[in-house]
Ligand binder design. Sequence first.
Ligand code: PRX
Length: 632
Amino acid sequence: MLQKISSHEEYTNAFNESINNPNDFWGKVAHSFSWKKKWDKVFSGGFEKADYKWFEGGRLNITENCLDRYLESIGDKTAIIWEPNNPSEKNRQLTYRELHEEVCRFSNALEKTGVNKGDTVCLYMPMIPELAIAMLACARIGAIHSIVFGGFSAQSIADRIKDAECKWMITADGCFRGDKPLYLKKIVDEALEQCPSIQKSIVFNRSNFDCNMKPGRDLWWADIIKDCTTTHDSAIMESEDPLFILYTSGSTGKPKGVLHTIAGYMVYAAYTFLNVFQYKPEQIYWCTADIGWVTGHSYIVYGPLLNGATTLIYEGVPQFPDWGRWWDIIDKYKVNIFYTAPTAIRSLEAQGTNWLKRKSLLSLSVLGTVGEPINEEAWVWYFKNIGKENCPIVDTWWQTETGGILISSLAGITPTKPSYATLPLPGVEPIIVDANGNEIIEPIAEGNLCIRKSWPGQARTVYKDHKRFIQTYFTTYPGKYFTGDGCKRDSNGNYRITGRVDDVINVSGHRIGTAEVENAINEHSEVYESAVVGFPHAIKGQGIFAFVSCQPHPNDLILFKQEVLNIVAKIIGPFAKPDRIEIVSGLPKTRSGKIMRRILRKIAEGEFDKVGDVTTLLNPEVVEEIIKKVKT
Ligand code: PRX
């Protein structure tokens, strides 16, 4: 069993040991897992070539660590509770034994279908147990899963399939999100028109929606598992074999396929889950994220199952059938640990406390937040109204690339501070650098957040593009991992993340590259060029502001704006639609032709008097015009 930190002093000791003796520290943690062969070396390599490795020489299978090793001790314990979108539909609960059987059965089915160790498999599924089963089955046979969030468009799926060279697709007919049907199979069909690499597409029948099954390519999930047994010898994997690819947005237009490998990710996801949430064996844990994002990978599926926890998966949305649904779910299952995003907290807060009447919420003991900075007002509302001033809030800072939480308090063990993620986890050495790239040693500091040394959960590369990986994360501040975030540190060493300092915006906790949105908008035939920036948004944290210059000028502005929204939804997905579009006669540019986003950012933020000196611009006159437009 993993060692749990149970006092502030133990945290300090663990932290010090992890920094002074990382190999001993992580070696000890790793010993509590089940290995086919122990590692030769805990750690090797470094940031210069980004060739770091963890537990090299070890052999294991992550699903044995999630499932098999628990069969004897807690085989009858609930592993997954599934709450459907519609509260009148029957829920499902799978014990560790049942989940193991389902994963084995589907592993056999995948192998029978022809999926091999090392193949990449694309998953585009609703929030149902079969998504967890499919990802675990991939991991069990040594295939690499690449999950695409259900809100992405056909084009985005196709781009990801092509980049990851997926040969297999796993999807479902569709599902309901609230009262809205989502026709996943239709979206996948459209994507697959561009993807001849896909040999087979496996379809789970969730909703009895009509499906056009393409002969020779499409297979029903139920058909392929029919003759498969519920036992399976898991593939023996090397520690550094790939586990999954997950696409995330960056400063450039093309999302990056962030690659995580098996052993380091496993050790880190498990260790952080246990310690941050202070999970106790009998507790019910619920994370509201979608499994299609990294939070779902690490803290709905892998982290909880690696700890033998009971993890709740909810298919629907917070407002269906009404804004009290989440609180009903907490009371129905007596959820103890609840993990969500600031944007959700703000949406719920905006509905007023009437929805909390006649809800107990007394089962809760720990609250968590993730995905974006949490403002003090939302923090206090969450603390008072949901936690009844009795539950510590862990504000967990991390990223797709970090695999697991890097900065957070440990629930009830280390102090919390509203809007601060607080202290680094053992093994994590944050540093703050100034504009010149120099490390700020003084305790009180503000600047860009870097990490000094590798931790086991760190991403290993960008799939098929190691150069881009090095370029993105390790060249801005040589010798350090650059997170892309700005932050502050107080006199007690608490970190407060202030947001992205690159061209990435965080909309409702969704990470969106401004260049991606611009590329999509530029597809409109009347658009000459565009610039996208973030602006403060009361619910979403940041909204998307698009400045668009057109040639010719559109006649019907309402129609034009609608077309722009449709294009963004089609190319990326509905969640990336701009909140505001302004048509301008030109974008402010330097004499060398570079768009001055800094000026547009200030304008979008309403800080008109802070645009600074514009006289050196190529076209200073447009700034006045844009300000005038935005003001009205
Ligand atoms: O800007 C930070 C913000 O989300 C970014 C990472 O996004 P993604 O890779 O999609 O992963 C989100 C879930 C882990 C970070 O660079 N972020 C994440 N958590 C926090 C946060 N910002 C402030 N506070 C947090 N707790």
